[in-house]
Design a protein around this ligand. Structure first.
Ligand SMILES: Cc1cc2nc3c(=O)[nH]c(=O)nc-3n(C[C@H](O)[C@H](O)[C@H](O)COP(=O)(O)O)c2cc1C
Length: 238
């Protein structure tokens, strides 16, 4: 399979960059083709703006998503967006490596989604979740954070991590565009643990990647429970 890694950390000796290296090397060892988009290294511009469009369908009023559609169809999107979307469309597996910043992805990665997950291509109209533009692909995130594992979960001070704090990312982005979202790998408490604990986490991650085909898939809303306006179907009275 083809795997495309989108990496969001500036430091070569960081834990997140070590996760990226482990994932890429394990996938390659297992015979997969790996491409990497290292967002800091390429100084990716994360700010969605009118400069993203070479020719506009409407020169007066910018509706970003509609211009994305027009720009992709007419081949007039900014070259850095086209460079990012091509490996995404070619991939069977999308991988994201990043630290959690303020209950979310760091700005450089958030902006990558804003600019690269194109309306009309990755989603649009009723093309979402199981019918999203990237249906048939899988996605997997490996992320680190400062918080301890005991801070998460139904009773945890921050609530659930994947379905609560990061729901916008796993459901609202990766699930929304149609990918089958694999259960993420989480490195807790990373700034405060020593080298042996880091090495153990990276070993765990290597094992997860080696068994990626067995990784559970997160649930997304089932569109069969909604009508063609995406209103909930009336529940059948017993
Ligand atoms: C701007 C910023 C925001 C952060 N927000 C969070 C957060 O919301 N929750 C959390 O647990 N850790 C947070 N952290 C801690 C980072 O997630 C942590 O330092 C990082 O994952 C460590 O990995 P690294 O050594 O590879 O950078 C934040 C750090 C920074 C710099």
């Amino acid at each position: 399979m083809k795997a495309h890694l989108v990496h969001a950390h500036s430091e070569g000796d960081s834990f997140v960059t070590a996760m990226k290296t482990v994932i890429a090397s394990q996938l390659e060892a297992d015979g997969h083709e790996v491409t990497i988009s290292d967002l800091y290294a390429k100084r990716f511009n994360p700010v969605a703006s009118p400069a993203d469009f070479g020719s506009r369908r409407d020169d007066e009023r910018l509706v970003y998503a509609l211009e994305q559609r027009h720009g992709y169809e007419s081949g007039t999107l900014a070259p850095d967006i086209l460079e990012e979307i091509e490996p995404v469309l070619a991939a069977d597996l999308l991988v994201f490596t990043f630290p959690i910043y303020w209950f979310g992805a760091p700005a450089i990665l958030k902006g990558w989604f804003d600019r690269v997950m194109l309306s009309g291509v990755c989603y649009g109209g009723k093309r979402l979740y199981g019918r999203g533009g990237l249906a048939g692909k899988r996605s997997f995130a490996a992320m680190s954070l400062g918080g301890r594992e005991n801070m998460f979960g139904a009773q945890g001070v921050h609530g659930e991590l994947v379905t609560g704090m990061m729901r916008h990312f796993f459901q609202g982005t990766l699930g929304y565009v149609g990918t089958s979202v694999l259960e993420p790998f989480v490195g807790y408490n990373v700034p405060y643990i020593g080298e042996p604990a880091r090495a153990a986490l990276l070993d765990d991650l290597r094992g997860v990647v080696a068994q990626i085909d067995r990784r559970p898939v997160l649930a997304v809303p089932d569109l069969n429970a909604f009508d063609d306006r995406l209103a909930p179907l009336a529940s059948v009275e017993a």
